[in-house]
Ligand binder design. Structure first.
Ligand code: SME
Length: 160
């Protein structure tokens, strides 16, 4: 395993295409969940230059903060609350261009302007976590992010 994630490419698509195989290699051969999720968040935060990247893990029908990179965040989110809880409830990816327009958005940082939340399923197809990515610019996330973050969440889900 190389110690540093190298991201080549100018476009977002190229960056993801460079990043995804490196994330696969990073978790290969390591069974510790916390170590792997922590490295995935670091690879995404610094590879893609997002404001905040973290996993919330499903525990007793609510979301509890897991490994993340960024500023301190709220520790528990109820099913159906905020963007993360809505993704948990609907079991689908949610893209928010402007967090202030999302009813019930939970503001962990006033710097956060747009957000994508992707559900993570284990190999039994049970919802086990969500991946939350925030940015300090409006409308950062689109179908390209959704496609590649869902691929990364599939890798993460196989660990859970
Ligand atoms: N904004 C999220 C809460 C988590 S923080 O952004 C890290 C939400 O509304 O669910």
């Amino acid at each position: 395993m190389s110690e540093t994630i190298h991201i080549s490419g100018a476009t977002k698509e190229e960056k993801y295409l460079s990043l995804v195989p490196q994330i696969k290699a990073l978790v290969e051969g390591e069974t510790d969940l916390i170590a792997n999720l922590a490295n995935i968040t670091a690879a995404l935060k610094y590879g893609m230059d997002f404001f905040w990247v973290g996993f919330y893990l499903v525990k007793n029908d609510e979301l509890v903060l897991g490994p993340f990179q960024g500023t301190v965040a709220c520790t528990r989110i109820k099913n159906g609350k905020g963007v993360c809880g809505t993704s948990m409830q609907k079991k689908e990816t949610i893209i928010v261009d402007d967090v202030d327009t999302f009813p019930g958005h939970i503001a962990c940082s006033s710097a956060s302007k747009s957000e994508i939340v992707v559900p993570v399923f284990n190999t039994k197809n049970e919802l086990v976590a969500v991946l939350d990515v925030d940015d300090d610019k409006y409308a950062t996330f689109d179908k390209t992010d959704q496609l590649h973050l869902e691929e990364i969440c599939k890798i993460a889900g196989e660990l859970l």
